[in-house]
Design a protein around this ligand. Sequence first.
Ligand code: NDP
Length: 451
Amino acid sequence: MNAKNSQSFVDDFMNYVKSKDPRQPEFHQAVHEVVESLADYLLDNPRYLHARILERLVEPERIIQFRVPWIDDRGKIQINRGFRVEMNSAIGPYKGGLRFHPTVNQSILKFLAFEQVLKNSLTSLPMGGGKGGSDFDPKNKSDNEVMRFCQSFMTELSRHIGAYTDVPAGDIGVGGREIGFLFGQYKRIRNEFTGVLTGKGVEWGGSLIRPEATGYGAVYFAKEMMSTRGESFAGKIVCISGSGNVAQYACEKVIELGGKVVTLSDSSGAIYDPDGIDTEKLAYVMELKNIHRGRIREYADKYGVQYMKGQRPWSIKCDVALPCATENEINKEEAEILTRNGCFVVAEGANMPSTEEAVRHFINTKILFGPGKAANAGGVAVSGLEMTQNSMRLAWSRKEVDDKLHSIMCNIHEMCVKYGKTTHDFTNYVKGANIGGFVKVANSMIAQGLV
Ligand code: NDP
């Protein structure tokens, strides 16, 4: 298919998407990336165009928006906004995390839900795509405030979800504590103990390895990419951003595989530890972040290393970059700095952490670039395994789950190579992930008729 046809196809489709929802830049960005890499494939396979699969994919099956009133510790009434975007259920119940962060709005959740549809398909497990959350900020809130908020949020959400309908999980600002409060309220309202949420505690229906899954999975994916060039993590310098769930376990797995992690960050700044973050220092980070809910600056104070206030870690020289914080945290300039400094692997632990220009730069320079929907699919994959264990009323061992996670990440890598190999020595993983995720969903939508 010639380049002109495919470019005008992309432009026409993006005009259509933008005309419907002009003020949703993150959603447009996510759709554009997908449509750009699908264009040639769709023009070569017109049955998807006749069935208007793309137009149907960008239209959520349902969006629920609701008021979340709660009372803070001073007795003052607070009002937040709750959402659930039920994007696509062609291959299974809606599945995707809940995000609690002040920036949450429909554009962000639609981008995340759209990505989730293709990501879940890539895992090969039977899960549709969704995403939800609230503009509530759990930072600087007491445990009681978080509990009251979660209970109010779930009071409404409980009408719309269920083990066979929609199964939310965690995301930014929603970890084990929040999932516990949400699950407790669901159980109380519905009077049923079901696998309605994933990321549950292991004592009450959760899966071993679920907390580790996204970070471990991203590193497994990076390892697979590196092995195509005869490389491994041993001795490599690794920059990680973020210091939350994904960053912590990515760090743990890199250390285990012999790499040296030299940075972590949060929304206030980054630390640079040239000696490397070892298991002892990582244990300190986990306690700091998960128990005391402190700031990464405190790491620099404790270990006497450099703190880069208000900065991201990409100016630090490294072989491998694992962005694990949030969307659009690597721009074009930062991408150029990374590759100029010798970075040859970027695996996205976060969702859409690289801007479109940054992605283009990584692909043009032919480094190993693993997009989030492939590289961070380990989290939802183990959520899928948690659902399976809940249905079977069984709990698998740590090794069983980790082995399954590892093999799912290898399969996703293979799928990306199948659809994304452009020359004998280069795989465009963005293209591979987008086509690989699309085909199963699209075929299922056609088989199920116009619904
Ligand atoms: P956490 O809330 O545990 O950690 C988020 C980290 O990112 C924190 O260090 C946080 O810093 C930082 N961060 C958040 N927002 C911003 C911002 N606007 N600017 C700079 N730093 C920011 O979330 P997770 O680790 O669970 O999620 C991280 C990323 O991984 C997200 O993109 C998420 O969508 C993605 N993801 C998560 C999965 C999971 O299983 N948890 C699965 C797949 C993808 P601070 O504390 O200062 O806010």
